[in-house]
Design a protein around this ligand. Sequence first.
Ligand SMILES: Nc1ncnc2c1ncn2[C@@H]1O[C@H](COP(=O)(O)OP(=O)(O)O)[C@@H](O)[C@H]1O
Ligand SMILES: [Mg+2]
Length: 367
Amino acid sequence: MEQRNALQLRPSAEARFADELAALKASDQGRRPPGWALSARAVRSFILGDNKLSIRRKFYGDDALVERALVALMSEQGLMLVGEPGTAKSMLSELLAAAISGSSMLTVQGSTGVTEDHVRYGWNYALLIAEGPTPRALVPSPVMEAMRLGRVVRVEELTRCPPEIQDVLISVLSEKVMTVPELGESASVYAAPGFSVIGTANLRDRGVHEMSSALKRRFNFETVVPLTDSALEIELIRQEVGKRLGQADITVNFPDEVTDLLVTTFQDLRRGQTKDHVPLSKPAAVMSTAEAVNIAHAAALEAAFLGNGDVGGAHIGRQLQGVIIKDNAEDVKKVRAYVDHIVKERARRSKVWADFLGAVKAMKDES
Ligand SMILES: Nc1ncnc2c1ncn2[C@@H]1O[C@H](COP(=O)(O)OP(=O)(O)O)[C@@H](O)[C@H]1O
Ligand SMILES: [Mg+2]
């Protein structure tokens, strides 16, 4: 497949976690749904972790959601993961596909430019002209491949696809067959056991192509929300940043207090309320865990390359600016109010918060 030959900046989940998947397979005693590479229990362990097998937790926050997702994929329905950007919808769909089908590569990247060729089939035109419509000239889509092989196909950002693409998916999910009129009846592809569709959609895109009710009936919807548990969010950030710095061979001193400040700020602004229930205005900016990881990573890079290796509140303050303030004047006001009221108070009692305050103020004065 051409995807395999392309230069990959980030290897697929099945490649990154090949050892874990092999260990799970070797010890898998559970019952496997038809067409699955692993039992549902083993897939659960792959995603939520298993200490006995040294399987690391990959998705944090909502274990029950993962279980419901597994049930949806065993059923006749598809699975639709919806939520704000950066809530790990794509990550979860990749992990599910890798564990269930042994491959997460059958993927359609949704956009307004997606055509029926991307979800049904196309033709190799040189062969089509030379020999007419033959099986050899047919170029299957990832959806068709998944049906033939009994695998999971992922449709990313499904709501960005035009309505006729959504219609193809409806007929695929309801009839479980894809016909090829040019080649006759015998060329129809029937979905093998194990076939399923995982769609993802960002709530912020809604309205680009509102999903039809027919499509909604074919999918089990699961809403993925940002982490509300600070301890889990801190653990995730430390783990992700540790991994990124480790790969680049960078060591910094990243005190817990600094991660705590970052997570507290994110949770306060995301919730529109402090831990002590002081109400705030919520900025419109996306404040996902993924953004928090990026800030922590950038702060560490600044400390490593431009500082003495100690990450402090000031590094976080400088990075926060880029995420929140972008080009929204209303957000600037909201963050300013948060800084003037809440952060100033905390800065009286904590050096980390005082450094954070200083950095945010200095940036504001410049702009
Ligand atoms: N609940 C979570 N558990 C684990 N990782 C998360 C979680 N939320 C966010 N992340 C991090 O955010 C990254 C971006 O997620 P992604 O799958 O691209 O989000 P989405 O598709 O929802 O926009 C993930 O790769 C992961 O590092
Ligand atoms: Mg995504």
